[in-house]
Design a protein around this ligand. Structure first.
Ligand SMILES: [Zn+2]
Length: 429
């Protein structure tokens, strides 16, 4: 048994915010009670009881990262399921949803089984695979979605690119509607984005880099929202970065459509003006304009945005440490996500702490059709963090195999302290 005592328990599912003791028994929460009031609260660490003093810390439901790349199978030089999940645990995440763009692509049940088996062997945070929408994510034929669902996928996506055509997207949505799983869309009009390495604007002109307009994203969001209306599927827009896309999600929600979206920490922290000739600022969608970031911050506050997701995208130095034009898109994200959210959203007063926690817990859970709460009988997954502990992120010391973060060396106030999955610590500082 594990007793987390004297923490400030913040539970967005019930809106509870109070000092509580949480007693975990095996992989379940056994009791939640006022400090000193659980059946084990008077005890010390002994006789099978471990006590963790969370005084001065926040105890939240286990964080879920709905959009990550673990690179295994196929690109183990950049990350493995073991190193990726260790990095996730350090970042406070108790469950991660891994995108299917591995080598081979997770477009059939045997790859799904492989990922789940590797995650079990790693024994850390929970890994919930996302299956490809189309065979090889090539956008031609629909993948074996039902078989993958049976094997354990929680959603489908052709992430890395959009589902290639409206016709195929409709077919995938019809299918996922009947299976009751969400379609996660990497919204990008590839004809508008072709050849681009950053967002189109004054900065791309000044740097002499090829830019893609915001419409490269929002045109595809428009297509997909209309198809979601046609098919009544649960549509989730990945790494939404543009104001125009957000407005469409907001209007879709007002009309009662089952449309949701996520925003990454880098998109609510940085803008295109921050881009330098440094591939650690190259990601897709690219860093957006100042007004986009303002819109995202508003959407995070007002409920239009459902989840914060990292889009953790590790790349080994041999691939990433090349000139900007030639580098692959993507940055690592697990270990800086919570601290960036505290820095940008909470310490600035833009969001109440409860709302920020919701964006890491019940928000992403809802997208997946799950619940996330701290209550007796529920899974013993908890994220324990500090609001004020100073620390700095050193990419070289990260648990990830890759180092491609624009936040290397950044100083933070507050961050993850301990991560509990199924009743045991997978990370503790
Ligand atoms: Zn993507």
């Amino acid at each position: 048994m594990l007793l987390i005592k004297n923490g400030r328990v913040l539970n967005p599912a019930t809106k509870n915010d109070a000092a509580m003791d949480v007693l975990l028994d095996g992989d379940r929460i056994k009791e939640v009670a006022e400090p000193g009031k659980t059946s084990a609260s008077s005890g010390q660490s002994q006789n099978g009881l471990e006590v963790f003093d969370a005084s001065g810390l926040i105890v939240a439901p286990g964080f879920i990262d709905i959009h990550v790349h673990l690179r295994e199978p196929g690109q183990e030089n950049s990350e493995t399921i073991e190193t990726g999940t260790r990095s996730a645990a350090r970042g406070g995440f108790t469950a991660v949803c891994c995108m299917p763009n591995t080598k081979p692509v997770n477009d059939n049940a045997s790859v799904t089984h492989f990922i789940i088996d590797r995650a079990k062997a790693a024994g850390g945070v929970r890994v919930w695979p996302i299956g490809a929408a189309s065979v090889g994510s090539k956008g031609e034929a629909i993948a074996e979605i039902a078989a993958m669902k049976q094997a354990g996928i929680v959603a489908v996506s052709d992430d890395g690119k959009p589902i290639a055509t409206a016709k195929l997207a409709r077919q995938v949505m019809d299918y996922c509607r009947s299976l009751d799983i969400p379609v996660i869309e990497h919204a990008e009009d590839v004809s508008l984005a072709a050849g681009a390495v950053m967002r189109e604007g004054v900065t791309s002109t000044r740097l002499g880099l090829a830019g893609m307009p915001a419409a490269a994203e929002s045109v595809c969001v428009a297509r997909d929202v209309q198809l979601a209306e046609l098919t009544d599927v649960r549509l989730h827009i990945a790494h939404l970065s543009a104001k125009g896309s957000l407005e469409q999600v907001r209007s879709a929600k007002t009309r009662g459509l089952r449309v949701s979206c996520e925003v990454t920490p880098h998109h609510f922290t940085l803008i295109d003006e921050d881009v330098q000739y440094d591939s650690r600022y190259k990601m897709n969608p690219p860093l957006a304009a100042r007004e986009d970031r303002e819109a995202l911050l508003a959407g995070l506050a007002d409920g239009t945005v459902d989840a914060i997701a990292t889009d953790h995208a590790p790349h080994e130095p041999a691939l990433k440490d090349v000139e900007f034009d030639r580098a692959p898109f993507g940055i690592t994200g697990f270990e800086t996500a919570l601290s960036l959210a505290l820095e940008q959203l909470v310490h600035t007063g833009r969001l109440p702490l409860m709302r920020m926690v919701e964006l890491f817990t019940s928000g992403p859970a809802r997208v997946l059709g799950l619940e996330r709460t701290i209550a007796a009988g529920r899974p013993a997954d908890l994220t324990i963090f500090s609001l004020d502990r100073p620390w700095s992120f050193q990419a070289a010391e990260s648990a990830s195999k890759s180092r491609n973060s624009p936040f290397d060396g950044r100083k933070f106030k507050g961050g993850p302290v301990a991560t509990v999955v199924a009743g045991r610590f997978v990370h503790k500082t």
